[in-house]
Design a protein. Structure first.
Ligand SMILES: *[C@@H]1O[C@H](CO)[C@@H](O)[C@H](O)[C@H]1NC(C)=O
Length: 588
C-alpha cells in the first residue's frame, strides 16, 4: 500500500479553473477545508466570512467612495472578482445600485471607458465581446472565442447613440454590460447565459478619434450597404453559434438604424429594442395603473402627446392595443389619441410638408391647431404625455387647465434627463392642487402638500425588459410580437398595490423589482404557451414553479465534491489532519 499526500493545485483541470474563476476566488468565504483543498490555505486572512458578512464589507467600501464613478468602478470590479457576491449586493440594494450600474452613472463610465477598461482577469460579463467591421466574414469565429457556450441572451450596440450622450463607439460597451447585469439582478437570468457585444463600425466622434485612451477602431463609421451586410452577418452568426432562439436585444443604436433594424429582423429572429418597445411598455403600464386611480376606463380616456416621434408612436400603439382588448374598435381607440409635434397638432391633410406614415395613423380629422396649450384647451384630455424633450412644455396654463378639467388628471413628463422634463413633480402637484397622477422618466423627490406626501412614479425600463427576457429565454420564444409587451405592461400594472395607488404611485417600489420581474415572466409564460409562441417542450404545467426553479441563485456552491475528477480511478481519499490522504485501492 502506498501513501500519497497530494499537492492539489496542479491537477485542477483547465475547465475547473474556469469554473472556479466564477466563484469567489480568494474570497474570504472559503472554508478551511476548501482552502486546503485548493492549496490556498494561509493565503487568506484566517477569519472566514459568510456571504452576508461579505455583503457588509462591500457596502462599507461602497459608501467610502465619494463619487458615483468610483462607486461604479468598485462595484464592477466586484463583478469580475466575485460574481455571486456582486449579484447578491445589487439585488438586495437595487434602489441604491441601479443609478450606479445603470443610468445615469453608466453614461459617465462609458465616457471614461478608456480609463476603466483593464485587461480581463476573468471573462465575466463585465468585459463583453468586441466585433469590428474588420472582422467581416469572420464574425462566427469571433463568437467562438467567447469562453461560455450556453448563451441565451445577447445585448448588442453599435455605440452610435449611447443614452443622451451621442456617438461613443466602443466606449458604449458599458451599456450592454449594464443592461445584462440588470437581466440577472432584476430577473434572475443566469449570468453565464448572457453576452454583451459591441459592433464597432467606427465612430464619427472627433473627440474619441483623438482620444489617446480610446479603445475602439480609429475610423469614421461605416454605413450603407456594408453596414447592413455586417449586421446581417452578425445576426446569422449569432444564431448559428447559439441557436435559433437566442434573444438579441438591440440597444442604443442611432434612431435611423434602430427602427429599420427592428422592422427588418423582428420576424426573422428573436429580437426586440428596449429603447422603443421597453419604453412603450413601461409607460403603458403606468397609464393602465392610473386608470385604477382615476376610475375612468382606458378607452374613455383622451390622450394628448407632446411629441410624435418614435417613443410617442410606440406608447400610443400599445395603448390602442390595450383599448381594443377592452372591446373598443380600432378607429375609436385611435380617435382617443392626439399628437402634437413641433409644428402643432397632427391633423389629416396637414398643409405644409405632410406627415410620415407612422404619424399618419394618429392624424385627427381636425383643423390645424398650433400650440399644445390650445390643443389641451380644445380637447380637454384626461392624460398628457410628454416625450419630446422640450423642457417646460407643460406650462402653468396647461397644468392648471388639466386640474380644472379632471378630478384626477394624469400627467406623465417622461423626457430624460431631469433637465429635459416637461415639468417638475412640484409644478404638476401644485398647479393641479395635488390632484394629479404624476410620473416622470427621471426620478423626482416626493412633494409634501397640505401635510400629504405625494410620491411621483418613475417609469424605469428596468421594470419591463428583464422580466420579458426571462420569459423569452425560459419558454424558448421565437419571435417577440407587440402583444408580449402589452402583456408585460398589464402584468406590471396589475402589481401596483392599493397602497401604492393611494399614494399616487403608478409603479411598484424599485426595490421590489426582483419579484415584479418574476411575476411578469410567469404571466408571460402563461401567455406565450397559450398563443403558441413558446418552443420549450414539454410545456411545463405549473408555470410559476417552472420559472422560479430556473432563477439564478447567489448562494455559493460548495464545489468540493466535484471540484476535481475526484478521486481518480483506483484511488480512495480521506481527509485527515488537514491533509488529503489518498490511498491506492487496487490490489496488485
Ligand atoms: C463624443 O464623446 C464624448 C465622450 O468622450 C461625449 O461626451 C460626447 O457627447 C460625444 N460627442 C458626440 C457628438 O457624440
Amino acid at each position: 500500500m502506498r501513501l500519497y499526500i497530494f499537492v492539489l493545485t496542479p491537477i485542477v483541470s483547465m475547465k475547473r479553473i474556469w469554473e472556479l474563476l466564477r466563484e469567489p476566488l480568494a474570497g474570504r468565504a472559503f472554508t478551511v477545508k476548501e482552502r486546503q483543498m485548493l492549496g490556498i490555505h494561509g493565503l487568506l486572512p484566517p477569519s472566514i466570512l459568510s456571504q452576508g458578512e461579505q455583503v457588509f464589507v462591500v457596502m462599507q467600501n461602497f459608501f467610502r467612495y465619494e463619487s458615483d464613478l468610483d462607486r461604479y468602478i468598485y462595484i464592477m470590479g466586484l463583478l469580475e472578482r466575485n460574481e455571486k457576491l456582486f449579484y447578491r449586493v445589487v439585488t438586495e440594494n437595487l434602489e441604491l445600485m441601479m443609478p450606479i450600474i445603470y443610468t445615469p452613472t453608466v453614461g459617465l463610465a462609458c465616457q471614461k471607458y478608456g480609463l476603466i477598461f483593464r485587461k480581463p482577469r476573468s471573462f465575466s460579463i463585465s468585459r463583453g465581446l468586441f466585433i469590428t467591421i474588420n472582422d467581416m466574414d469572420h464574425v462566427y469565429d469571433i463568437l467562438c472565442n467567447w469562453p461560455e457556450h450556453d448563451i441565451k441572451a445577447i445585448v448588442v450596440t453599435d455605440g452610435e447613440r449611447i443614452l443622451g450622450l451621442g456617438d461613443l463607439g466602443s466606449y458604449g460597451m458599458g451599456i450592454p454590460v449594464g443592461k445584462l447585469s440588470l437581466y440577472t439582478a432584476c430577473a434572475g437570468v443566469k449570468p453565464n447565459q448572457c453576452l454583451p457585444i459591441v459592433l464597432d463600425v467606427g465612430t464619427n466622434n472627433e473627440t474619441l478619434l483623438k482620444d489617446p485612451l480610446y479603445i475602439g477602431l480609429r475610423q469614421k463609421r461605416v454605413s450603407g450597404e456594408v453596414y447592413d451586410a455586417f449586421l446581417d452577418e452578425f445576426m446569422r452568426a449569432a444564431v448559428k453559434r447559439y441557436g435559433q432562439n437566442t434573444l438579441i436585444q438591440f440597444e442604443d443604436f442611432g434612431n435611423h438604424n434602430a427602427f429599420r433594424l427592428l422592422e427588418k429582423y423582428r420576424g426573422l429572429y428573436c429580437t426586440f429594442n428596449d429603447d422603443i418597445q421597453g419604453t412603450a411598455a413601461v409607460t403603458a403600464a403606468g397609464i393602465i395603473a392610473s386608470v385604477k386611480i382615476t376610475g375612468t376606463p382606458l378607452s374613455q380616456n383622451t390622450f394628448v402627446f407632446q411629441g410624435a416621434g418614435e417613443a410617442a408612436i410606440g406608447i400610443a400603439s400599445l395603448l390602442v392595443l390595450a383599448m381594443i382588448e377592452e372591446g373598443t374598435s380600432t378607429e375609436q381607440a385611435v380617435s382617443r389619441i392626439w399628437m402634437v409635434d413641433s409644428r402643432g397638432l397632427i391633423v389629416k391633410d396637414r398643409p405644409k410638408g405632410g406627415i410620415t406614415s407612422h404619424k399618419a395613423r394618429f392624424a385627427q380629422p381636425h383643423v390645424p391647431v398650433d400650440t399644445l396649450e390650445e390643443v389641451v384647451h380644445l380637447v380637454k384630455p384626461t392624460a398628457i404625455i410628454g416625450v419630446a424633450a422640450v423642457p417646460g412644455a407643460f406650462t402653468e396654463q396647461i397644468l392648471t387647465d388639466m386640474g380644472k378639467f379632471n378630478d384626477r388628471p394624469v400627467i406623465f413628463a417622461l423626457s430624460n434627463p431631469t433637465s429635459k422634463a416637461e415639468c417638475t413633480a412640484e409644478q404638476a402637484y401644485t398647479l393641479t392642487k395635488g390632484k394629479c397622477v404624476f410620473a416622470s422618466g427621471s426620478p423626482f423627490k416626493p412633494v409634501t402638500m397640505n401635510g400629504q406626501k405625494l410620491t411621483p412614479g418613475q417609469g424605469n425600463n428596468a421594470y419591463i425588459f428583464p422580466g420579458v427576457a426571462l420569459a423569452v429565454i425560459l419558454c424558448g420564444v421565437r419571435h417577440i410580437p407587440e402583444e408580449i409587451f402589452l402583456k408585460a405592461a398589464e402584468s406590471l400594472a396589475g402589481q401596483v398595490t392599493k397602497e401604492n395607488l393611494a399614494n399616487g404611485l403608478v409603479y411598484p417600489p424599485l426595490n421590489d423589482i426582483r419579484e415584479v420581474s418574476t411575476k411578469i415572466a410567469i404571466d408571460l409564460a402563461k401567455f406565450v404557451y397559450q398563443a403558441g409562441l413558446a418552443s420549450t417542450y414539454p410545456e411545463p404545467q405549473d408555470k410559476e414553479e417552472f420559472v422560479r426553479s430556473q432563477l439564478y441563485n447567489t448562494d455559493y456552491e460548495s464545489f468540493l465534491p466535484d471540484l476535481y475528477d475526484w478521486p481518480p480511478p483506483g484511488i480512495q481519499c480521506t481527509y485527515e489532519d488537514g491533509n488529503v490522504v489518498c490511498r491506492k485501492v487496487s490490489r496488485i
